[in-house]
Design a protein around this ligand. Structure first.
Ligand SMILES: *Cc1c(COP(=O)(O)O)cnc(C)c1O
Length: 362
């Protein structure tokens, strides 16, 4: 078996021990004579997985009693629609901080069902190469909530200090950086994340919801879309995708075994440091379009002198067993997604490859 080094933005590389564990017990889950995916979502085998997964989130992110961990389907995109439907009251408006393609989509969805406005933007000259600072925000104190994207997967930018929205609940799309470091969950009304970047496979969306906010879910939206239903039903109001939750559990066990969120932060800063140093020391061969303070620790992006060289770089990397580095089609260039699971030694290998490439093609 020859596994490649997978820099894909999502679905993304997962910790090998988490995959191996699933492989090892796939046919016979904990000596029950069947696979976990053949078990009832209401049976004892899955219940154990469900509880452990929630408990691991609570432990690793230090989730306070005011908040609950929920699982839903429909991805982060589903939440773009459901956040305003659940949290914005009749006649209220919601604030959106604009930092790239995902926040654009979130705002567009919110506008379908009511009022929503831009409360700050990182856009300059038509491009999102930074995130706005607190002083640049224009937050509405009467907004139903203030929404932002912690890490901009496509643009390669990231908030290193989170916005302060005062008494207005802060809602964060953390799809591409949840658990990259410790956070203060009490500062958030809602955190949501599609699992397929930092947590596990596609198919489950994790929410960390301040419980009192579930009371806002209006009875004018279908029951299955109400946060109140999901909270009251312990995310088991209907058949939950049991296998994605199980895989998330395996990944969270791995995070815990590595030393938790604090260890992840060190690991991620080290890896991003290897890449940004390579860029900054390349005498202009590699160029990062992102403002230094807004650089993402999860998705460093950079350019080469020409698009021709970028094509060659991508092709040569693939030959060397490194895949998924082509930038998003909307921005071009190179993107190296180095989520929690990416091994530091593999990032080193990539950097060695890139340095040799620069030398041979400068
Ligand atoms: C990938 C991504 C999404 C989209 O997630 P889906 O689960 O495909 O809906 C949304 N927001 C961010 C920040 C992402 O990285």
């Amino acid at each position: 078996m020859a596994r490649v080094i997978n820099f894909s933005a999502g679905p993304a590389t997962l910790p090998l021990p988490a995959l191996e564990y699933a492989h090892h017990e796939f046919l016979d889950h904990e000596e029950t004579g069947m696979s976990l995916i053949e078990h009832s979502h209401r049976g004892a085998a899955y219940a154990k997985v469900h509880e452990e997964t929630k408990a691991l989130f609570r432990e690793l992110l230090d989730v306070p009693d005011t908040h609950e961990v929920l699982f839903m389907q429909g991805g982060a995109t589903g939440q773009f629609a459901l956040v305003p439907m659940n949290l914005r009251g009749e006649g209220q408006s919601a604030d959106y901080i604009m930092t790239g393609a995902w926040s654009d989509k979130a705002l567009a969805e919110a506008k379908i069902t009511g009022d929503a406005r831009e409360a700050g933007t990182g856009k300059a000259d038509g491009k999102y190469t930074r995130v706005p600072k607190q002083a640049e925000l224009d937050l509405d104190p009467n907004a139903a909530y203030a929404h932002f994207t912690t890490n901009n997967t496509i643009m390669g930018t990231q908030f290193h200090e989170y916005p302060d929205s005062g008494d207005v609940p802060l809602v964060a799309d953390m799809s591409s950086d949840i658990l990259w470091r410790p956070i203060d969950v009490s500062k958030f009304g809602l955190i949501y994340a599609g699992a397929q970047k930092n947590l596990g496979p596609a198919g489950i969306t994790v929410l960390i919801l301040r419980k009192d906010l579930a009371e806002r879910s209006p009875s004018t939206i279908p029951k299955i879309f109400r946060y109140k239903t999901i909270l009251d039903g312990d995310s088991l109001q209907n058949t939950i995708p049991t296998f994605p939750v199980y895989m998330v559990r395996n990944v969270l066990r791995w995070v815990r075994d590595q030393g938790g969120a604090t260890a992840m932060e060190k690991r991620n800063r080290d890896k991003a440091g290897y890449i940004y140093n390579m860029i900054d020391e390349s005498q202009g061969f590699f160029r990062c379009p992102v403002e230094v303070e807004s650089r993402s620790m999860m998705n460093p992006v950079f350019r080469l002198p020409t698009e021709e060289l970028e094509k060659k770089f991508i092709a040569d990397a693939a030959k060397a067993g490194m895949v998924g580095i082509k930038g998003h089609r909307s921005v071009g260039g190179i993107r190296t997604s180095i989520y929690n699971a990416m091994e530091p030694a593999d990032v080193q290998k990539f950097v060695d490859f890139a340095k040799a490439f620069a030398q041979n093609n400068a």
